[in-house]
Design a protein around this ligand. Sequence first.
Ligand SMILES: NC(=[NH2+])NCCC[C@H](N)C(=O)O
Ligand SMILES: [Mn+2]
Ligand SMILES: [Mn+2]
Length: 318
Amino acid sequence: MLRYGRSKIFQQFRIGVLGAPFNQGQTKLGVKDGPQTIRNTGFIKKLEELGHDVVDAGDVQPDDGVDGETGPSGEKNHRRVLTYNQKLSEAVRKIREDHRMCITLGGDHSIAIGSVSGHCIGTPHKQLIVLWVDAHADINTGRTSPTGNMHGMPISFLVQELKHKINRLPGSEWPQPSFEVKHLAYIGLRDVDTLEQKYLDDMGILHFGMRDLDKIGLSEAVARCLDHLQPTESRSLHVSFDIDVLDPFEAPSTGTPVRGGLSLREGLSIVEEARNTGRLRGFDLVEVNPTLGTVKDAALTAEAAKAIILSATAGVRG
Ligand SMILES: NC(=[NH2+])NCCC[C@H](N)C(=O)O
Ligand SMILES: [Mn+2]
Ligand SMILES: [Mn+2]
């Protein structure tokens, strides 16, 4: 079996940072303050001190006046979510075309529709592999979703196999799928809806839930994910990290917390292994909502997000 070892060589990264202050994929509106809260931790300055070449491309703002209509299968704010993500995908594409890894700061997890699409179209070979680090599978379609919240649906808009199950905006071809389910793996799942589990099983998607981690251990699960995804020169790795994969004890300020999650150290370990493949070119950090919980909770959550981002990029030096 192929194993990805620890790289000891310091690599200077070219990085672009984008804020995605978007909250229409669910109902807890304070998640739009996520990007600012994460920026306030000073992580960009830290990356620069470590010798990386960082460009902060600012925030992609949602346009005013976009209709909040519900989609044909009950997708709440269907038009707002898709219109915003198309705009976001263009901003991510530009960062990729400037040969930078793109770090996108959410916002709710619906923003991955745009960040992953943009990573794909901005990458010459257009071949993505995706590691979804989350308590949730986020693979609902409008029809299967129990809530209608589109932050629980991004994967369905991104994978080839569900292309005919999703609703695009009338007259629009966007988004087109970015990858096939064989190029997707999950880690950290512990709150998966019944019909989502059926999708995972029927399509044979590799997934490690918390129970699997109890049995085989985290490092084995991460190694199996990376062995399965096989990052190569022509296959860019995208990691979509939902802060709710961490236990609420570590990251309390998030909209859909689920107890029994990862420690911060375990979260760091996942992203360090992803980084050490040398193929990580897209990274989302989503669902930090500083308006939930106390001021101390918000600070703890932001510091966890900072540590995760630094480990995904800075990693080991020397
Ligand atoms: N990105 C998230 N936090 N997603 C939570 C999704 C929860 C639930 N599965 C739903 O579809 O509504
Ligand atoms: Mn989640
Ligand atoms: Mn999520």
